[in-house]
Design a protein around this ligand. Structure first.
Ligand SMILES: C[S@@+](CC[C@H](N)C(=O)[O-])C[C@H]1O[C@@H](n2cnc3c(N)ncnc32)[C@H](O)[C@@H]1O
Length: 231
């Protein structure tokens, strides 16, 4: 019988990456939440620099969708950047496994990122309620949705930026499909971008077939290339 989402939590362990930042490891899947070379460096490279920073030069309010909210690292780093830049962010994170605070509190992200009040905002991100919008700072509104992406209703023509951060296609092929990419594409405005770490041929073909234009960009340590897709 399949495990419930709650039962999967027993298989999640905290691991230290090569850059000293923590990630989580799903023992049952033999899969990490981030690159073992560095959770923070990967997130900054693929999602913050190629996604958020690329757009924040052009627009001052950004609606972001994240597939796989997980540890909240991408939300946390985005919030810190948005505070610096005075950009308004409306952040929607979809996640099928809500991690317990006991696990989240072991992660060293706010310890490593010594921005003022970073521990406080990291905690606010995680202690904010699920399935409602919460104002984390004056610039950052967060809605964490506990659901599988397959089951969630996404607003149409709404998102400017998508962080596509599911487990790898070899582990979760059902999420890197034409159907899921079409659903996400329809939720994005014209000119919106999606970044993701996978550059697999099947992923590129599925993204192209729903209408995205693709750019291959040089990857972070341990990854030759990653993708930025534009609607
Ligand atoms: C590679 S991890 C990335 C997590 C997160 N972005 C982070 O930085 O911690 C993939 C995440 O996708 C979540 N996930 C897996 N299947 C999902 C689904 N069908 N819908 C939504 N989230 C899913 C996992 O539970 C996990 O948190």
């Amino acid at each position: 019988m399949d495990m419930t989402e709650n039962e999967k939590i027993a298989f999640i362990k905290v691991i230290e990456c090569e850059d000293g930042s923590h990630t989580l490891y799903r023992e049952d899947l033999n899969e990490h939440y981030h690159s073992v070379f560095g959770a923070i460096s990967e997130s900054k490279h693929i999602f913050i620099n190629a996604g958020y920073a690329f757009l924040s030069r052009k627009i001052s309010e950004i609606n972001i969708l994240e597939l796989g909210f997980g540890t909240g690292l991408n939300a946390f780093l985005t919030l810190l950047e948005a505070e610096e830049d005075d950009v308004k962010v409306n952040y929607t994170g979809v996640e099928s496994i809500k991690l317990p605070y006991e696990l989240i509190s072991k992660l060293n992200y706010s310890h490593l990122i010594k921005a003022e009040e970073s521990k406080e905002v990291f905690d606010l991100i995680h202690k904010s309620p699920w399935d409602v919008s919460s104002k984390i700072t004056s610039n950052f509104i967060l809605e964490k949705i506990e659901s599988k992406i397959e089951d969630v209703n996404l607003a149409q023509n709404h998102f400017n930026l998508v962080y596509f951060d599911a487990f790898a296609p070899v582990i979760q092929s059902e999420l890197w499909t034409v159907d899921i990419f079409r659903k996400i594409y329809n939720s994005m405005v014209e000119g919106a971008i999606l970044t993701t770490y996978s550059c697999k041929g099947d992923v590129k073909r599925a993204l192209k077939s729903v209408g995205f234009s693709l750019e291959k960009l040089p990857g972070p340590k341990g990854k030759r290339e990653f993708l930025r897709a534009t609607k």
